[in-house]
Ligand binder design. Structure first.
Ligand SMILES: C[S@@+](CC[C@H](N)C(=O)[O-])C[C@H]1O[C@@H](n2cnc3c(N)ncnc32)[C@H](O)[C@@H]1O
Length: 271
C-alpha cells in the first residue's frame, strides 16, 4: 500500500475559520458542540472523560496530537488543570495558542510544535497523558508508547481514544481508508494495541468500546462533506473531497459490519 500522504493536509483542516471548514463544522456540530475539535469527539464525551480520568485542578495533562487545541482548552477550562499539547502541525499550534489566549487560558496551557515520537519534555513530568483520535498516524506505536511512558510520572495514566480495525488482508478497504484521510494509516486491532502497550511497559487498566456516539460522528463527517462538496472542492480540491467522502462511507460501512470500532484504552505506568 502506498503510504505517502495523499489526502488533505491537516494544515487545511486546522484553519477552522475557512469558508469550507466553517460549513463542515456547522454541519457536524452546530454552534454548541463545536469546541475546535478535529476528531470524532464531542463536549459531551469530554464531560464524561474528565471525571473518569480524575482530572482536577492539580493534574498536569499532556495532550498528544492536540490538533487545533479545542479539546485541550476545553479540559483546561472545565477543570482548571494545566494542559500541555504536543502537535506536529504548525497551523494547529498557532490556532491552539490563539484559542487559549481568547479563552483567557494562556497561563494554564502550553502548545508545543513537535513530534510526539520525540517530545521536548523531561521524564516524569505529567500525571496524565491523553490522545484523541491520533493513534492511526503512528507507524511505531511501541516507540510512541515508550516515549509517553518516559514523560509520565510513576503511577501516571495514559488514556487514548482510537479507532480499532480488523481489515488485515483487505487491501481495497485499506486503500480507500488511506486515501481519504490525511496521513498514512497504521491501523491496529485491539489485540495488537494490548501487545504493544505491554511491551512498552504499561499496565492495561481498562478498555471500553465507544461506538454509539462515535458512529453518529463518522456519519456526520461524511454527510457534511457530501452536503458541501462543491464549496469544499473549490477550497480543498476535488480529488481530496471525493477521497474524504469515500473514506467516511467506508468507515461507516466497516462500523456497521463490525470490522471497525472505537476504544478508550486506559493504562498506567508502574510505580
Ligand atoms: C485527527 S487529529 C486530532 C486532533 C485532536 N486530538 C482533536 O481531537 O481535536 C490528529 C492530529 O495529530 C497530529 N499529528 C500527526 N502526527 C503527529 C506526530 N508525530 N506528533 C504530534 N502530532 C501529530 C496531526 O497534525 C493532527 O492535528
Amino acid at each position: 500500500m502506498n503510504e505517502k500522504r495523499i489526502g488533505v493536509d491537516y494544515s487545511e483542516l486546522h484553519q477552522l475559520d475557512s469558508p469550507a471548514n466553517r460549513l463542515i463544522r456547522e454541519s457536524i456540530w452546530g454552534i454548541e458542540d463545536d469546541i475546535g475539535q478535529q476528531s470524532f469527539i464531542t463536549p459531551r464525551y469530554l464531560d464524561q472523560l474528565i471525571p473518569r480520568l480524575g482530572i482536577e485542578k492539580t493534574t498536569h495533562v499532556l495532550d498528544v496530537g492536540s490538533g487545533a487545541g479545542g479539546p485541550a482548552v476545553y479540559i483546561a477550562d472545565r477543570t482548571g488543570c494545566r494542559v500541555s499539547g504536543i502537535e506536529i502541525n504548525e497551523v494547529g499550534v498557532d490556532v491552539s495558542r490563539k484559542l487559549a489566549k481568547n479563552s483567557g487560558l494562556e497561563e494554564q496551557t502550553g502548545f508545543h510544535l513537535g513530534d510526539a515520537m520525540e517530545m521536548p519534555f523531561t521524564e516524569n513530568t505529567f500525571d496524565l497523558a491523553i490522545s484523541l483520535n491520533v493513534m492511526n498516524v503512528f507507524s511505531d506505536k511501541t516507540g510512541l508508547f515508550k516515549e509517553v511512558l518516559r514523560v509520565l510520572k510513576p503511577s501516571g495514566t495514559w488514556a487514548f481514544l482510537s479507532g480499532t480495525f480488523e481489515i488485515s488482508g483487505d487491501e481495497e478497504t485499506k486503500q480507500k481508508m488511506a486515501r481519504g484521510y490525511l496521513i498514512p494509516q497504521y491501523y491496529d486491532s485491539l489485540e495488537s494495541y494490548r501487545k504493544k502497550l505491554e511491551s512498552a511497559g504499561f499496565r492495561i487498566e481498562e478498555i471500553t468500546e465507544y461506538v454509539a456516539d462515535f458512529r453518529v460522528q463518522v456519519k456526520n463527517w461524511g454527510d457534511a462533506y457530501k452536503k458541501h462538496s462543491t464549496v469544499i472542492a473549490e477550497e480543498q480540491g476535488e480529488e481530496n473531497t471525493r477521497y474524504h467522502i469515500e473514506y467516511f462511507d467506508t468507515y461507516l460501512k466497516l462500523v456497521d459490519e463490525g470490522r471497525a470500532s472505537n476504544h478508550l484504552v486506559i493504562c498506567s505506568k508502574p510505580e
